[in-house]
Design a protein around this ligand. Structure first.
Ligand code: UDP
Length: 270
């Protein structure tokens, strides 16, 4: 017998949002809302359907995106934990929410590139899709009002955003995430072109350590089908290449992440 479908906010985000109203909101970002968690040191991440691009100049609501990203981020973070890469993920709570560890986010976007694309192609005049001689790490200062500018390790050290020890740890985390994500994707016929992660600091007694935080999803990666080159990530939205939910569902389907009952579409009755 097939298991009953999980209570689904896929079609009722409004209902779930009203249930959420009792929780204390900590922060609302472009794609997620953070609420106080049930225990100290925890946070609930709610994945919205909102999509934004070009520093929120382009906006839309994409049905089902939040559900897919919640599942996909769970999948990647769980896999990372299993290979010993520390992450903020504790457990998924429901279709749109996950419980995560509260951490102090380092104000940097860590970008790892395996192939040239996007802003790097523009900046350096390298054709999109050119394989890079080795993975290249870039850092952007997280500030929407400035458009998240590219910064060097000199800026990071001089302004005290992260210490030299932090930078060593960030580099090694970023490369481990890259190896893991590249392998997982390659196994399902997808090329990991580039991605962005955020890193958080947690305190354990007298010690502190860095963990992978925020989310890992097709919103923050470039994913191209190896055979056809078809884009299966947020560029579908940024560049108007088709239906974003279909692209993300394809990634989830290949990874075996999404239960089939959740992708069913309404049947038209003639
Ligand atoms: N990225 C992201 N959030 C940002 C900026 C970039 O998740 O605020 C991701 C983006 O999806 C891509 C990678 O980081 O996978 C590199 O993005 P790029 O610098 O090429 O920026 P874009 O072309 O998206 O402006």
């Amino acid at each position: 017998m097939r298991a009953p479908p999980e209570r689904d906010s896929f079609t009722h985000p409004g209902l779930e949002r009203s249930l959420m109203a009792r929780r204390k909101k900590i922060y609302e970002g472009k794609a997620k809302i953070l609420y106080e968690g049930p225990e100290p040191g925890t946070i609930v991440q709610y994945f919205k359907d909102d999509a934004t691009a070009f520093n929120a100049e382009k906006k839309d609501v994409i049905d089902g995106k939040g559900v897919l990203n919640n599942r996909l981020s769970e999948f990647f973070m769980t896999g990372l934990t299993q290979i010993g890469v520390p992450t903020h993920f504790i457990r998924r709570l429901n279709m749109r929410e996950q419980l995560v560890r509260n951490c102090e986010i380092i104000p940097l976007e860590i970008i790892v590139r395996n192939y040239a694309a996007g802003s790097m192609s523009k900046r350096l005049g390298i054709a999109e899709g050119t394989q890079l001689p080795r993975p290249i790490i870039e850092y952007c200062y997280k500030d929407d009002s400035l458009g998240d500018p590219l910064v060097s390790e000199e800026h990071i050290a001089a302004f005290g955003w992260a210490s030299q020890q932090d930078m060593d740890d960030i580099l090694s985390l970023a490369l481990r995430v890259n190896d893991f994500m590249s392998g997982v994707m390659l196994a399902v016929g997808i090329r990991l072109v580039d991605f962005k992660i955020e890193i958080g600091r947690v305190y354990e007694g007298d010690f502190q350590r860095l963990i992978v935080a925020d989310e890992i999803s097709p919103d923050s990666c470039r994913l191209w089908d190896i055979e056809t080159g078809q884009k299966l990530d947020k560029d579908v939205f940024r560049r108007d290449l088709g239906n974003l939910t279909d692209a993300y569902s394809e990634v989830a389907r290949r990874l075996g992440v999404l239960p089939k009952s959740n992708v069913a579409k309404p049947t038209l009755i003639n």
